[in-house]
Structure formats: structure tokens, C-alpha cells
Design a protein. Sequence first.
Length: 79
Amino acid sequence: TTAAAGFADTHAPAVSIGEMYATGKVGIDTAQLAVMLAFSTNTATKVVLTITAGGADYARRMLPGLLLMIGGAWAGWFV
């Protein structure tokens, strides 16, 4: 569910899963994965919008940063 919500917004699913973790409804591994999935799907939305709405020049400047950001987040999660 957090992954699907992430297409529109990352903050709401992150807060929601944070509340679930704080009240003991989910464990830390589930909470972390849920936030990462929401972050990933939100980044996918940004990639699509960058390409379709921003044009080729804008995409060429923005995509490396978006991909490095999400790649770094996943790499950090596995460390």
C-alpha cells in the first residue's frame, strides 16, 4: 500500500508507516522496506514527469540526480 501511495506522495505513507511502527503494529524491517518502496515509486513518478513534462534538456540534467538519490538510498539501506 505504501508503494502505491508513493506514486503520489512520499510523506503521507512515511508518516503512516512511522505511526504503525511506533505503536508496534509493524517491525522495523517492514517499516524500513515500506518507506523505501514509497520513496522508490515517488522517484519513478518524478522520472516520468521529468521526461514527459520537462523535455530532453531538462531530463538530461535531472535524471542523473534522481537516479543517484534513489540508488544511494537503496545502497545505504543494504549496508
